[in-house]
Ligand binder design. Structure first.
Ligand code: CTP
Ligand code: MG
Length: 232
């Protein structure tokens, strides 16, 4: 039996350039509340999650107002004002702030603020599948479309075999010390698993859900609202 604790770390220091709005996308309204609040409430609803940390930019102008009306979250959530210039750096900054609080073996679930469709059931599945795992892993979806690699002119250079291909989601769950080491040593990675893979380890793929997709473009808002209203 493991005695390690589970913590959530939510990077929310991006600007949402592809969304093209003035306010960063994680603060845009979705089904009645700011996008990032959905995932924060999911983690807060899980007794197994000891605490949630959200990483925002040092000059973030939104998070105080967003949390001011969410008093029920206050003892389950801490804001770290130390976002970096990349997602990787924001996560690493957050991890470094937790040095005194987390043990090397504690689990960290890193989750994009821009994935409001995360459900309690999905987190529970991840914890169940990985709690005794030596490496850790991530939620992911098997790729269903035929994959094409483009040349520089928008034409198909090759069809990539789909068998065994998965699309990565978050949370990505690794033990604290391993995750720090992996992200400190990795060159430029867009998720935690790639950094851990670079150490020669093989993170476990745990089945995710379409509802846990990442909001990136303006039309994603309407789709996310549909999922939150109840389609699975
Ligand atoms: N993120 C972060 N720090 C950064 C960049 C991104 O904490 N320097 C966070 C985002 O806030 C988001 C998650 O990482 O919750 C996933 O990143 P992405 O979807 O790429 O968000 P943005 O970088 O904000 O969007 P874009 O790439 O369109 O600018
Ligand atoms: Mg980005």
């Amino acid at each position: 039996m493991t005695t390690s604790r589970f913590y959530a770390l939510v990077p929310a220091a991006g600007v949402g350039a592809r969304m093209g709005t003035n306010i960063p996308k994680q603060y845009m309204p979705l089904a009645g509340k700011p996008i990032l609040l959905h995932a924060l409430e999911t983690f807060a609803a899980l007794p197994a999650i000891a605490h949630t940390y959200v990483v925002v930019n040092a000059d973030d102008a939104y998070i105080r107002d967003v949390l001011a009306s969410e008093k029920h979250l206050s003892d389950r959530l801490t804001v770290i004002y130390d976002g970096g210039s990349t997602r990787q750096q924001s996560v690493l900054n957050g991890l470094h702030h937790l040095r005194e609080r987390l043990a090397d073996d504690d689990w960290v679930l890193v989750h994009d603020a821009a994935r409001p469709g995360l459900s309690v059931d999905l987190v529970a599945r991840l914890l169940e599948e990985l709690r005794e795992d030596a490496v850790g892993g991530l939620l992911a979806m098997p790729v269903v479309d035929t994959l094409k690699r483009a040349d520089g002119e928008g034409r198909v250079e090759a069809t990539v075999p789909r068998a065994g291909m998965w699309a990565a989601q978050t949370p990505q769950m690794f033990r604290y010390a391993l995750l720090c080491r992996a992200l400190e040593q990795a060159q430029e990675v867009t998720d935690e698993a790639s950094a851990v893979e670079a150490l020669g380890l093989r993170p476990k793929l745990v089945g995710g859900s379409p509802r846990n997709f990442k909001i990136t473009l303006p039309h994603d808002i309407a789709l996310a609202e549909l999922y939150l209203k109840g389609i699975e």
